[in-house]
Design a protein around this ligand. Structure first.
Ligand code: NAP
Length: 241
């Protein structure tokens, strides 16, 4: 299967948490900036996040009112609005909940990245009509549930994406880990222990994901960051540098 090389790039506390109070500590701001710098250093054509992360950081909870009558049935075929974008933002949104208002990211660090929605066929017709109206691309990853190997193959074939950065949260990371699709892990380690016991970690499973055997990683490099942080890179195969 032809698919993009996938790098899971995340910032964590010393105790592996991806959310929590440590993110609001003054010291952490510099590590969050470093996280963005490393994202740029990778120079990937696309990045991917789950619906919760997109909602928190990029659509800010905006809700759509799609109670429009007489929407014609729209076939469940992929919709490519743009193939010449410099960079793409891939949003995993199985039932079509994200309230985008433009077809690109407006955040200053990611401005202009063309949005591709990853959907299941259960999405309402009104949402598909809305995406087409805004010029947002979408691909289907399954009828009722998502198969990320299918999604990855489509991203490569339809948008020519060779390298993709997977950037959380824990559920989307866990989903791709489960399917054996992560080639590299890039961790920005913040030298703070969060201490919360009920919190999200790097890879989570959910009721619809069967836990797979443990995944082995192999060290590629370590770089010291200012103020005691680390940038650690692992591969999932021993020989790939
Ligand atoms: N520290 C970091 O580097 C970092 C990076 C990114 C995010 N975060 C944080 O992580 C938190 C969100 O993480 P999260 O794990 O709760 O959410 P998430 O992975 O961002 O999104 C989860 C949602 O994505 C969809 N999804 C994910 N896997 C799926 C699958 N296999 N099949 C179908 N749908 C799937 C579902 O959407 P539906 O609910 O619509 O079905 C699911 O609820 C946020 O607070 C964010 O700030 C931290």
């Amino acid at each position: 299967m032809e698919r993009p090389y996938m790098i899971c790039h995340m910032l964590t506390s010393l105790d592996g948490k991806i959310i929590g109070d440590y993110l609001r500590e003054e010291r952490t701001a510099a590590f969050i900036q470093e996280y963005e710098n490393i994202h740029r250093r990778y120079g990937c054509k696309a990045w991917m996040c789950g619906r919760m992360t997109m909602e928190e950081h990029f659509t800010f909870g905006n809700q759509l009112d799609l109670r429009v009558e007489n929407i014609p049935a729209i076939p469940r075929t992929d919709y490519v609005a743009k193939t010449d974008a410099k960079t793409y933002a891939v949003a995993v949104d199985p039932s079509g909940k994200l309230g985008w208002t433009t077809n690109h990211i407006t955040d200053k660090d990611r401005f202009g990245d063309h949005i591709i929605e990853v959907l299941t066929e259960q999405v309402p017709d009104a949402y598909l009509a809305y995406l087409q109206h805004l010029g947002i691309s979408y691909v289907f990853g399954g009828k009722d549930s998502l198969k990320f190997s299918v999604v990855a193959e489509k991203l490569k074939r339809l948008f020519f994406i060779d390298n993709l950065i997977l950037e959380g949260g824990g559920f989307i990371n866990g989903s791709l880990l489960n399917e054996g699709l992560i080639d590299e892990l890039s961790l920005v380690l913040v030298p703070i222990a969060d201490g919360a016991s009920r919190s999200l970690t790097l890879f989570e499973t959910s009721f619809h994901l069967k836990k797979q055997p443990p995944t082995h990683f192999f060290l590629k490099s370590i770089e010291k960051l200012n103020d005691g942080g680390l940038w650690i890179r692992y591969g999932t195969t021993p020989d790939r540098q």
